[in-house]
Design a protein around this ligand. Sequence first.
Ligand code: PXL
Length: 276
Amino acid sequence: MNYPSRVMTIAGSAAGGSAGIQADLKTFQELDVYGMSIVTAIVGRHPDTGKNVHSQTIEAIEAQFDTAIKQVGVDGLKTGMLFSEKVIETVGGLIRNSGIKTVVVDPVMIGKMNSKLLKDDAIEALKHQLIPMATIITPNVPEASMLLDGREIDSIDDLQQAAVELHRLGPKYVLVKGGRLAGPAIDVLYDGRKLTAFEAPRIDTVNTSGAGCTYSAAIAAYLTKGKPVTEAVHLAKSFVTTAIAHGFSYTDIVGPTYHAAERKNGEAHRIIVKTI
Ligand code: PXL
C-alpha cells in the first residue's frame, strides 16, 4: 500500500471547530494526507472573564512534537497560532533540528472573533526566527501590514510591493492574500523573481471563519504530496474558495467554511492565474 504523506499542524485549538487545528485536520483529511497536530494554545470564549486564550507549556509542545516525529514521522508542516515569543522560539528550534524542509508559516495574529492570537512582542520573533526557514508564508492584509511596520495595503499594487518586501525576511515564497480588499479575491505570490496573481470571484458570505487556516493547511497538504509551490497554491485556493462558497452557520455567529464541499460537489472553483 502507498501510505498517505504525513502533515503536521502546529497551531491553536479553536473549540468551535471552524478554525485552527480543527480546520487544519479537516482539510488534511479531505485532501487525503495523514494529519497530526501539535496544540500550542486552547482558544475558547470565556463568558465571565473575557479571557479566551490558554497557552500550553513549552514542555507540552515539545512532548507533542517528539511523539509525532517518533511515532509517525513528518513530511511537511504548517504553523498557525503560536501566540508568544517563547513558543515561536521553541517551534523554530524544533523544526530546525528535525530537518523538515516543507514548512508553511501562516502568521496568524487576530481571529475573526477578534481574539488576540499573537502577542505584540512576538512579531519580531516571527520575523526573525520562523519566517526565514519557511517554504512559504501566507499573510493576509492586516498581517502583511503588521510584518511591515504598519504599512498601508489598499490595492493590488500594494500587495505586490508587500510580497516583494516580505521576501527579504528570507522565506522561499511569499503569498499575500488580498481577500480583504474590495473586488475579486486576488492573492499575490512572489518567489524572489516573478509575481503571480491568483484570482477568485468575491463570494458574498460572512461564513469564512477559518478560511486562512484552511488555505494554508491545503497548501501544506499539496506541497507534501509533491506539488510544486505555484500549483499547490492554485489547488489550495480552489479548495478554500469552494469551501467558502458552501460556508454556513448553525447559529447567528460567523460560521465555518465547508471543508467537504469540493469532494461532495466533485468540482473545484476555477481560479485565474496570471504572471504579473
Ligand atoms: O482563524 C484564525 C484562527 C487560528 N487559530 C485559532 C483560532 C482562529 C480564529 O479564531 O481560534 C486557534
